[in-house]
Design a binder for this molecule. Structure first.
Ligand code: 5AD
Ligand code: FES
Length: 348
């Protein structure tokens, strides 16, 4: 018991954890400790952000991808993927709908699609920023050169999401094709920070070959990078990938890691992800109660939703933007939280 207290106190006071503490918090079956971890994380989030949940409108604008990540349903080798790209007009129309629904952040997410050259991305970003100057534009379009990141930033992009996926070199190699490297991923994240983006990294919980040790390395990497956002969600197998028969990450593990990340980084913007909502009907609500403070409802046109299948059984694929928006509001109200329409920037 003495020992257990020590881990919790260290996390809450020093905002740090060691491998032993992590092992304990991720494996304990002591309901009291589990509940206390979530409670402390939730209170930490509330002390900074109140009971507010920020919403981000996710626009999945292309599922073409030149990469071949082993876990991902839109990898280039998946010939079962039904590929699509949204036009500039379609994307702007998503923003228009989203703006009307109260979204003040738009997240452009897509595979690494060579069709979307820097010129096209910059044109998209400028168009979005000039039509909606009060909105933040977040890009989630993968690994690029520093010059490209700089160009998008100069065009008006505010934030960038690029999960590092794992901070362990060997683990990274097992999840990715040989032409990709952890080194380049880290380079991208450092460039993004230096350029001035609000930057998000993150990883999947329960990805194949993940261990407590690799998760510990993830936490140490996050500590070092000091991102404004951290995206974590359970790994969920996608049947057309080499990991199609692997086990999914668990609800418990994801919730505990959300809490640990909140306690280590009290100010961080931490989404309760769609993947979490996919492995449990109340997953996103539980994520908020474990310390998350962001949700990202889908704004993509309904006819392409099904095609952006990073993993199987993804929720909300049949729901219009407005349905998701109000469904989310109700879900948050049910747990005593309020969806807010502020831009929701990082609070220093
Ligand atoms: N299960 C869960 N998350 C996944 N992602 C990609 N494939 C999967 C999967 N099978 C996550 C990755 C990526 C983000 C956009 O989606 O972490 O960075
Ligand atoms: Fe999409 Fe509930 S959030 S239908």
């Amino acid at each position: 018991m003495q020992q257990e207290r020590k881990f919790m106190e260290g996390l809450c006071r020093e905002r740090n954890i060691d491998l032993e503490g992590l092992r304990f918090l991720l494996s304990t079956e002591d309901e009291k400790i589990i509940a206390e971890l979530a409670k402390r994380a939730r209170e930490t989030a509330q002390s900074i952000y109140g009971k507010k949940v920020y919403i981000r409108g996710l626009i999945e604008f292309t599922n073409h991808c030149k990469n071949d990540c082993l876990y991902c349903g839109i990898r280039r080798s998946n010939c079962n993927a039904d590929r699509y790209r949204l036009t500039k007009e379609q994307i702007l129309s998503c923003c228009e709908t989203g703006y009307g629904l109260g979204f003040r952040t738009f997240v452009l997410q897509g595979g690494e699609d060579p069709y979307f050259t820097d010129e096209r991305i910059c044109a998209l970003v400028s168009a979005m920023k000039s039509s909606y100057p009060d909105c933040a534009v977040t890009l989630s379009i993968g690994e690029k050169s520093r010059e490209s990141y700089q160009a998008y930033f100069d065009a008006g992009a505010d934030r960038f999401l690029l999960r590092h996926e794992t901070a362990n070199k060997e683990h990274y190699r097992k999840l990715h094709p040989p032409e990709m490297s952890l080194e380049n991923r880290k380079r991208c994240l450092r460039d993004l920070k230096e350029i001035g983006y609000q930057t998000g990294c993150g990883f999947m919980v329960g990805s194949p070959y993940q261990t407590i040790e690799t998760i510990y390395e993830d936490l140490m990497f996050i500590r070092e990078l000091k991102p404004e956002m951290v995206g974590i969600g359970p790994f969920i197998p996608q049947q057309d990938t080499p990991f199609g028969n692997q086990k999914a990450g668990t609800l418990q593990m994801t919730l505990r890691l959300l809490s640990i990340i909140r306690l280590m980084h009290p100010h961080v913007l931490l989404p309760s992800t769609t993947a979490l909502g996919t492995i449990h009907p109340q997953g996103r609500e539980m994520g908020i109660l474990a310390g998350a403070n962001v949700v990202m409802p889908n704004l993509s046109p309904v006819d392409v939703r099904e095609k952006y299948r990073l993993y199987d059984n993804k929720i909300c694929t049949g729901d219009e933007a407005a349905e998701c928006r109000y469904c989310m509001q109700k879900r948050m109200e049910n747990i005593g939280y309020e969806v807010v329409t502020e831009r929701g920037d990082y609070i220093q």
